[in-house]
Design a protein around this ligand. Structure first.
Ligand code: PAP
Length: 342
């Protein structure tokens, strides 16, 4: 999970802290919260179960407001992820891809690429966060398309997404690496925003295995997107983080074709594909000044928190064999008969 962009939503140094206080909730929304099943949150004090998914209250508020007011346009591109699945990477790739003629056409323009001075979360806002802050947020155009992101379960997307021809790209990641990444991220936010101690990993892991983490259960989030991508392949493109790591060129070409902007022969020959991948690689992005110590306007902590290791299989340093087996079994059971393996 990450907070809304400072440029698109607010100048507040810690927008997330304000959202966590929940001061702007209407009586009607508070009544709704009171009627929902509740569990202890990882960051917000409580998570609420709404239509089968566990959500932080401001997240739910943003989801409901976006359902009321968001008007999708045919040219919109929505980047959808379960938290900590590689959203920053996907945002960077989609932005660089769509704006390539503007920013990657010459060596000069390459040097002043917006990704050199902006964290990807600042270039592409989250739908639900934007609506949690403003009833009518402005979404910037990235070269003719509005690029938006969401962590919302697909079943909670605003209806207009399905009524328009807009496209959805989903990136999922294996649940063992996701839980580790989420735990690190949450502990940083707990400490910096709420002055809380770190959540012991076994406790966090247990919640995750019960599906209790923001926008969880993980498996339902992934399966909703997986099924839609099979039924509606021109609408939803489904990627896996691990496969994208292995074959990034192939994935970028597929993304370009899906979005209707395939690479030309000339672009292929002049190395545009590898140029975008290099620009958006973990090594390049994480070493930029803006992605190290600059404070993320939405989160109120350094952008560096979004770039931890970027590796496949780091879970081995945190999960016991028994934990790994437990989570594998849960996910395998849930995915039985769906054709999906992670
Ligand atoms: P968010 O949900 O807060 O938006 P998100 O970007 O989805 O976070 O996930 C963060 C993970 O992506 C981190 O994984 P880790 O904790 O296991 O290290 C982060 O390091 C990784 N990541 C960030 N940028 C890249 C990149 N360019 N390539 C690959 N992985 C990346």
């Amino acid at each position: 999970m990450a907070a809304p962009s400072e440029t698109n939503v607010s100048n507040s140094p810690s927008l997330l802290s304000q959202l966590l206080q929940g001061n702007s909730y209407t009586e009607e929304f508070k009544e709704l919260l009171n009627s929902l099943p509740k569990e202890t949150g990882w960051l917000a004090p409580d998570l609420y179960n709404y239509k089968g998914f566990w959500l932080e209250p401001f997240f739910l508020q943003g989801a409901l407001t976006s359902q009321q007011h968001f008007q999708a346009q045919d040219s919109d591109v929505i980047l959808s992820t379960f938290p900590k699945s590689g959203t920053v990477w996907l945002k960077a790739l989609a932005f660089a891809l769509i704006t390539r003629k503007q920013f990657l056409a010459s060596q000069e323009s390459e040097k002043s690429h917006p990704l050199h001075t902006n964290n990807p979360h600042e270039l592409i806002p989250y739908l639900e966060f934007s609506y949690a802050v403003k009833e009518r947020p402005d979404f910037a155009l990235a070269k003719g398309s509005r690029l938006l992101a969401t962590h919302l379960p697909l079943s909670l997307f605003p209806k207009s997404v399905w009524e328009s021809k807009c496209k959805v790209i989903y990136l999922c990641r294996n649940p063992k690496d996701t839980v580790v990444s989420f735990w690190h991220f949450m502990n940083k936010l707990r400490r910096e925003l709420r002055g809380l101690e770190a959540l012991p990993f076994p406790e966090a892991f247990d919640s995750y295995c019960r599906g209790v983490s923001n926008t969880g259960p993980f498996w339902d989030h992934v399966l909703e997107h997986w099924k839609e991508s099979l039924e509606n392949p021109r609408k939803v493109l489904f990627f896996k983080y691990e496969e994208m790591k292995k074959e990034p060129e192939d994935h970028l070409r597929r993304m370009a074709a899906f979005l209707g902007c395939p690479f030309s022969q000339e672009e292929e020959e002049s190395g545009v594909v590898s140029g975008i991948l290099k620009l958006c690689s973990f090594e390049s992005l994480s070493n930029l000044e803006v992605n190290k110590n600059a404070i993320n306007g939405g989160l109120g902590v350094e952008n560096g928190v979004l770039f931890r290791k970027g590796k496949v299989g780091d879970w081995r340093n945190y999960l016991t064999d028994k934990m790994a087996k437990t989570l594998d079994q849960i996910v395998q059971e849930k995915f039985t008969g769906t054709g999906l393996m992670l």
